[in-house]
Design a protein around this ligand. Structure first.
Ligand SMILES: [Zn+2]
Length: 355
């Protein structure tokens, strides 16, 4: 008798062996994955595009025995199966944002460096000359300058009918894209703050879009530049997922921006004692379409009821004992739905993108 089931069994075993593990993004699964890596109140956001490219925006703090560099490499290798980075970006020249670009480049290949341009000096950092020398060496002096209106040259997926990921630079070096679009209904809420002479105000801001889905990361952009971008008109429309600006500090997250973009999900890249400010949380909660707030850390200075619910907080420990859990956002091909998940937790928070 012919043992008809044998080839079928071999087939099943083949599938189990070769597709039993996680499906890495470099297999081009068409998803957009965004990892908010915990760097204790700095920023390090890793994106794997639907076409399989890897983009790192900012790289956390230096020192601390390479804590942040190693957390980035761990996510890159173990979660995404990557050995190199296609693009590394610096939003602005503060150490919690470009602290590990050079250290990363000593461990993994980085193909392209991008920033807002390198200033001669930086008033707030007496050691800038020494620090930037490491960055220049790592990027071999070939980092590319980003300006408002630029679009990133991202690879497209093979199927021409697929919605493609786009990334547009909307602020850089204190400049913004033209203020066109619908009138911003919240423009009258603008109350100027003292001008910010620091590099925060010079931050590069990124607007990613995949079909109806959008994601906004403005680095540490501060109050008056946010208003310059968003008044009197709203040139960027609504945003689905917003990374609270500047770790959620209240010198950023001007209501004229936050309320106009009306995000459905907001992610705070805060530390235990940095960012995640009450005033910012209050502004975010005024949003008409808000469905969930995630925090990388419990804010040790606020009461539990003032911050987001325990199931939306990735790390509750202080920095000394912190496990450095990241938050993963995964957008379905085409951008019509997405999930958020805290590393090490089963719970998958599922959202449908607004039309
Ligand atoms: Zn910062």
């Amino acid at each position: 008798m012919v043992e008809w089931w044998k080839p079928a069994l071999v087939g099943v075993m083949f599938l189990l062996v070769f597709h039993g593990g996680p499906l890495f993004a470099d297999e081009k699964d068409g998803r957009l994955d965004i990892y908010f890596i915990d760097v204790e109140g700095g920023a390090a956001t890793l994106l794997i595009t639907p076409a399989g490219e890897s983009l790192l925006i900012d790289s956390g703090y230096p020192d601390n025995n390479f804590r942040d560099r190693d957390r980035i490499i761990k996510v890159l290798r173990e979660e995404t199966g990557r050995k190199q980075l296609d693009h590394a970006f610096v939003t602005h020249w503060h150490l919690d944002h470009y602290g590990n670009h050079a250290a990363l480049a000593s461990q993994i290949k980085i193909h392209n460096f991008w920033d807002r341009g390198i200033p001669e000096t930086l008033a707030e950092d007496a050691k800038f000359g020494e620090r930037i020398a490491h960055y220049r060496a790592a990027s071999q002096g070939k980092s590319k300058k980003l300006s408002p209106g630029d679009t990133l040259p991202l690879k497209t997926t093979e199927k021409a009918t697929d919605p493609q990921l786009t990334a547009r630079i909307i602020t850089a070096s204190g400049e913004v894209i033209p203020n066109v679009g619908e009138p911003n209904l919240f423009a009258s809420e603008f109350k100027p703050q003292a001008d910010d002479p620091s590099d925060n105000a010079q931050s590069v801001s990124f607007l990613f879009k995949l079909g109806p889905f959008s994601f906004l990361d403005c680095g540490d952009l501060t109050w008056n530049t946010e208003a310059k971008l968003m008044t009197p008109n709203n040139p960027i429309g609504k945003v689905e997922v917003f990374m609270a600006t500047h770790h959620g500090l209240n010198v950023s997250n001007n209501p004229v921006l936050v309320l106009a973009i009306d995000p459905r999900v907001v992610v705070f890249c805060n530390g235990p004692e940095k960012g995640g400010d009450l005033e910012t949380l209050k502004t975010v909660r005024r949003g008409k379409s808000l469905q969930a707030i995630f925090q990388l850390h419990r804010n040790t200075r606020l009461k539990p009821e003032e911050q987001t619910g325990a199931e939306f907080i990735a790390n509750t420990e202080t920095t000394v004992d912190c496990k450095g859990r990241h938050i993963k956002l995964s957008v379905a091909p085409g951008g019509k739905e997405y999930t958020l998940q805290i590393a090490g937790q089963e719970k998958l928070h599922t959202f449908k993108t607004r039309e």
